[in-house]
Write a protein that binds this ligand. Sequence first.
Ligand SMILES: NC(=O)c1ccc[n+]([C@@H]2O[C@H](COP(=O)([O-])OP(=O)(O)OC[C@H]3O[C@@H](n4cnc5c(N)ncnc54)[C@H](OP(=O)(O)O)[C@@H]3O)[C@@H](O)[C@H]2O)c1
Length: 274
Amino acid sequence: MAKTAIVTGCSSGIGLESALELARAGYTVYAGLRDEARAGPLKDGSSKDGSDIKTFQVNVADGESVRSAAGRILDEAGSIDVLVNNAGYGLFGSIEDISIQDMRKQFETNFFGAVEMIQQLAPGMRAQKSGRIINISSVAGRIGFPCSPAYVSSKFALEGLSECLRYELGAHGVQTVLIEPGVVKTKFMDNASMKAPKAGSPYAEITEKVIAGIRMMAELGTQATDVAKIVLKAATDPDPLPRYVVGNDAVMFLESKKTMTDAEFEDYIKKELY
Ligand SMILES: NC(=O)c1ccc[n+]([C@@H]2O[C@H](COP(=O)([O-])OP(=O)(O)OC[C@H]3O[C@@H](n4cnc5c(N)ncnc54)[C@H](OP(=O)(O)O)[C@@H]3O)[C@@H](O)[C@H]2O)c1
């Protein structure tokens, strides 16, 4: 029988390509969309491939939406083999330029959205003694940089959660895996929330530099299709790694962090940015 996967955030980018990649590999895919009117690219892709993708509406920042979507899918599919927590967005702005509400909203989607999906699906996976939870983190889940404290903290939280679940759920046959891409060429920066520095903010210059830097890197960034291939690998590897780093930029940053002292690494980032 075909294995079943759920992917959140499938209107574009990594979620869209991961849903298509899993469907091409034979998974029955439930692709989550916050707005089902944005299913066009998913439907075009699946009809081109001849694969069968079922869409469902979910806003991961809304607990009721997650609970009712998960309940409907479990009723229909019976069991879930793979959950890809992909839905997310970037929030850029210094700690003094974002509000606490901005920060909470960032966590509601990037962190609590994943938590709630996992809470709905982990009991079934544990009962069947198998399953994969694939959390789309980022190189920003391992490295902090200026003017992105909300985004970085939400991804660090996802990393911490995933490490805990490797023990808790791992003991019951359910594996948790992190995907850590560098900059990927998607709509991420267009969809990001940019908090303009307040008048006279001392962070104006560095905010502009960071955002321009990411936009520039995105032009040359890893393709979402390449990240999707790694998502499939994480779903199918007999013995999956705890984390998969994707993209030359991510490999370079994380290797540097591993081989340098904290002070050396900070100096290196400062030289790049300031
Ligand atoms: N692009 C990068 O450089 C990069 C690098 C590392 C990690 N990532 C991570 O990869 C994931 C996907 O990003 P992407 O690059 O593919 O960007 P994207 O093209 O902007 O896709 C983001 C997806 O998440 C959905 N989404 C956002 N908030 C949601 C919510 N509350 N409920 C349900 N869906 C929601 C969006 O749906 P709507 O159409 O409704 O907005 C969209 O489908 C994110 O978690 C991101 O942090 C991206």
